[in-house]
Design a protein around this ligand. Structure first.
Ligand code: CUA
Length: 315
């Protein structure tokens, strides 16, 4: 119980920040308090019985009662009543969470991959990775798709988890209501680095969201100074086979890096996006993410640092 108590918990489920999370919370509360009340009755009764009816050693067998209609009817009806109390609001909320999106909803395609997230905004022409920007107050529909194995999209403060299943279209409809940064995590075991498949959701005020979209649609910035060396190294390395930087490379296996420097974290929410961390990641990705598909490229420390300076300059 103490392990669950943290004052500043970025993945709390009990401080909802979307309509979906606010709809789910009452169900959680009903179940938690119902279970707590039942546990209290059971443990108090058990303690009382243990003390009150304790027999000494060598006591004779107590009177046996074979069959007791009243008791049996009671312990059939009582659990059925409890299931009813839990079941009715649960089913109501399940239907609520399956409602179709309103027509003005912003559409985002969420692709769960081993072990990172791709976010595509088809109507806006924006593609990004591991950091999902959403406008506060506007309904969004997240279309969950997966090219490899089953993942699960979960941002606790924005609502319940939902599986990302290859070949199947799941969706989440929600309206985030409070600007801020929310942590998310893949919640379905998907391989060696499942635990390191995190994400951030940044809920922006509407005008800040529009500014973000414009910045993401802009072409990649042209580097100067040491970043230009990094660009040269990037362009002649295997990086170009897997990553897109618009105007420079068009790989699709790894995250789009056109505006890599605008993200706060690197490696799917694992490390702050600093030159040092990016350089260390480029030198040896498997040190951070066991099983990662990105190979170590054999760059020297100086080359890795130059690439990191370039990538972090791509705001
Ligand atoms: Cu993806 Cu666990």
């Amino acid at each position: 119980m103490l392990g669950g108590c943290a004052w500043d918990a970025p993945m709390t489920t009990v401080i909802p920040r979307s309509d979906l999370a606010r709809a789910i919370l009452p169900v959680y509360e009903i179940i938690t308090w119902t279970a707590a009340a039942i546990a209290l009755v059971v443990f108090v009764a058990l303690a009382w019985i243990l003390v009150r009816f304790r027999a000494g050693t060598g006591a004779p067998l107590p009177a046996q009662t074979p069959g007791h209609s009243l008791l049996e009817i009671t312990w059939t009806i009582a659990p059925a009543f409890v299931l009813l109390v839990i079941g009715i609001p649960t089913i109501q909320v399940i239907f609520r969470t399956q409602e179709p999106p309103p027509p003005r909803a912003l559409e985002v395609t969420v692709l769960g991959k081993q072990w990172w997230w791709e976010f595509r905004y088809p109507a806006l022409g924006v593609v990004t990775a591991n950091e999902l920007h959403l406008p506060a107050g506007r309904p969004v529909v997240l279309r969950l798709e997966g090219p490899d194995v089953i993942h699960s999209f979960w941002v606790p403060q924005l609502g319940g988890k939902r599986d990302v299943v290859p070949g199947r279209s799941n969706q989440i409809v929600l309206t985030a209501d409070t600007p801020g940064e929310y942590w998310g995590q893949c919640a379905e075991f998907c391989g060696a680095s499942h635990a390191r498949m995190g994400m951030r959701v940044i809920v922006d005020a509407p005008d800040a969201f529009d500014r973000w979209v414009s910045a993401q649609r802009a072409p990649a910035v042209e580097p100067a100074g040491p970043a230009a060396d990094g660009k040269t190294i990037y362009a002649r390395s295997a990086c170009v086979g897997c990553h897109t930087i618009r105007g420079l490379s068009a790989g699709v296996l790894g995250p789009d890096l056109t505006h890599f420097g605008s993200r706060t974290m690197v490696a799917a929410g694992l490390l702050p996006n600093t030159v040092e961390n990016v350089a260390a990641w480029v030198r040896n990705p498997a040190a951070f993410k066991p099983g990662v598909k990105m190979p170590a490229l054999g760059l020297s420390d100086a080359e890795a640092r130059a690439v990191a300076v370039y990538l972090t300059s791509l705001k």
